[in-house]
Design a protein around this ligand. Sequence first.
Ligand code: BG6
Length: 491
Amino acid sequence: MDNEFDTRSDLMIFGALGDLARRKLFPALYQLERSGLLARESRVLALARKNIDTEEARSLLATHLQDRIADAELDSEALARLVGRVEYQRIDFSEPSHYEGLNGWRDGSSNALIVYMATPPSLYGVIARNLRDSACCTRKTRVVVEKPIGHDLETSRIINDQLADVYREDQIFRIDHYLGKETVQNLIALRFANNFFASQWDQNHISHVEITVAESVGIEGRWGYFDKAGQIRDMIQNHLLQLLCLIAMDPPADLSADSIRDEKVKVLKALKPITPDLMETHLVRGQYAAGSSLGQSVPGYLDEEGADRNSTTETFVALKVEIENWRWAGVPFYIRTGKRLPEKLSQIIIHFKPAPHYIFDPDQKHLANNKLIIRLQPDEGMTLQILTKDQGLDKGMRLRRGPLELTFSEAFGADRTPDAYERLLWEVMKGSQYLFVRRDEVEHAWRWVDRLITTWSDHDPYPKRYASGTWGPVASIAMITRDGRSWYEDA
Ligand code: BG6
């Protein structure tokens, strides 16, 4: 079905020698090439500040991909084909005359033009303007930008306005790479293709929801960026709120980009603000101290390279989020995310309410709710915990909790899960926006997050310390225990 789309593209990558392009974009293009998805006519123009020529750029790229791609996935012919598509041009992003030659590269090509801004967001406006002034963009151009879109609502508006000056909203593809993850897309299938779940998905049947996005790594040398952002802007404003929206939204009328995004926006609008009176019970901020990560001693956040020892930036956030609408009234969403936690793990746990009348052994009453565990990464799949009778004559009607298990790699025999960027680049080539974030989503998310940041800055700017390799400050355990619940790993 994907082949029905015309995916012939001229892809301009601004910032082509940067971290994002090297770590994500070129490996994703390589995988698309390897799987035969890159149209024969598609071409890549790599643009960066470094003064090298196309041959040098190709050789850098080839070496980099050889180091990065797993041996089992290395196909030298595919690699040569991809590298052969790439041309390089040195550019000073803010110099209008450097854009003049870009039309020459296009040379009347009828391929869709995709402009990928793999640069800091502060450059989006200048690149867009220079492209417009050099008459390089057409009404069919698609422009791809990365998070963070701004630092708060006001700065996100400035960036969005700069883009809107040049492009219509249906030309702008804002990436939240979580939306490109296979398992995140599966949330839509799970919820709306299975009537069984659809009928259970509300406050009558669900007691609470847990969303955890944990990382074992620290900030990986990104002090300059991270210390200004913190975990709230780096992860909650985008990835976590997107996951929450996909779990909480109402069924869209169809799978079109706007139907899905309209429903997500309704959730964002219904988020209850975390006001000063709720800080104690609804918010925990943490910052990692020294400890051990995957068996190695690691320094604390304040001892990372380049650190400001007085920084109050958080590397961990746990929140109790409430959604003020009919479907979710009274159902807390406990969400948490942090760096230097014990493992890399993203999962969503739906805790269903127990049956209205319990007739089994009172000692086992704590078992009496079903849980749906959705593993986004690693070990992608899902487990539905159900209750059955324990086997054996001597067991009477003792209950036992057992899993209905679906592990995607076993069930579907896939040898690899495509990286999010493969999917996202492929969708841009198809011209489909359903995995990209619309302007109003970004702005509603910022509105809620800005308010939260103001609340803590005014009332309690100091994050709580937690040892690296633990699940965050004990206060995050207290937050959920206060409600008579526990995080999944403590249950
Ligand atoms: C990025 C954040 O958006 O997502 C990083 O900027 C974080 O700080 C990363 O490490 C996590 O992504 P993933 O796909 O590895 O879970």
